[in-house]
Design a protein around this ligand. Structure first.
Ligand code: NI
Length: 189
């Protein structure tokens, strides 16, 4: 297993839809193992393949809720069903989200509170997971990555402006920038 560099916003692979996985082979197993290792090293609670420069519809997640229940795995070719996103202002404390491809920044965003993930595993076997709260948020965030959407693209006007400012200040928003978990000391989620 290997820790992979994480692409930073501005790299084209993060801003276009990823391709459906068609080959369930050793290469895919290695990708998922490396993504899991990279997510752990970052550290993060979710990571999508485009973030390591691979345009395939794959994400990994690892989340332990307040009751100590751990949910982890890999979702390949996922479909996501969500409840309506609540209207109104996002809460700065409770709804602030981050992304390993916009490292060190956090902005509040409203998300659906419930989600149902349908995907296949490394053997191509379908599975379904129901999520609420932060896990539902993780699924929405990672699923978006597979369509070339970053959470910063979904922010309201005011926070979107702040996010663009932060991207500019950091010198991001251009192709081929990345950072290495464990070497570069940046924070993700
Ligand atoms: Ni992200």
């Amino acid at each position: 297993m290997a820790v992979l560099p994480i692409r930073i916003t501005g790299d084209p692979v993060l801003h276009r839809p990823a391709r459906t996985v068609t080959r369930f082979d050793d290469e895919l197993r290695t990708l998922v193992a490396d993504m899991t290792e990279t997510m752990k090293a970052a550290p993060g609670v979710g990571l999508a393949a485009p973030q390591v420069g691979v345009d395939l519809r794959v994400f990994v997640f690892d989340w332990t809720d307040d009751d100590g229940v751990r949910s982890r795995g890999a979702a390949i070719n996922p479909t996501l069903w969500i409840t309506p996103v609540p209207v109104g202002e996002p809460d700065d404390e409770a709804e602030s989200e981050g992304c390993l491809s916009i490292p060190g920044e956090r902005f509040p965003l409203r998300r659906a509170s419930e989600a149902r993930l349908e995907a296949v595993d490394l053997d191509g076997t379908p599975f379904e997971l129901r999520a609420s709260g932060w896990l539902a948020r993780i699924f929405q965030h990672e699923f978006d990555h597979l369509d070339g959407v970053l959470y910063a693209d979904r922010l309201d006007f005011e926070h979107g402006k702040l996010a663009r400012k932060a991207v500019k200040k950091n010198g991001w928003g251009v192709p081929e920038l990345d950072w290495m978990p464990g070497l570069d000391h940046l924070e993700g989620y």
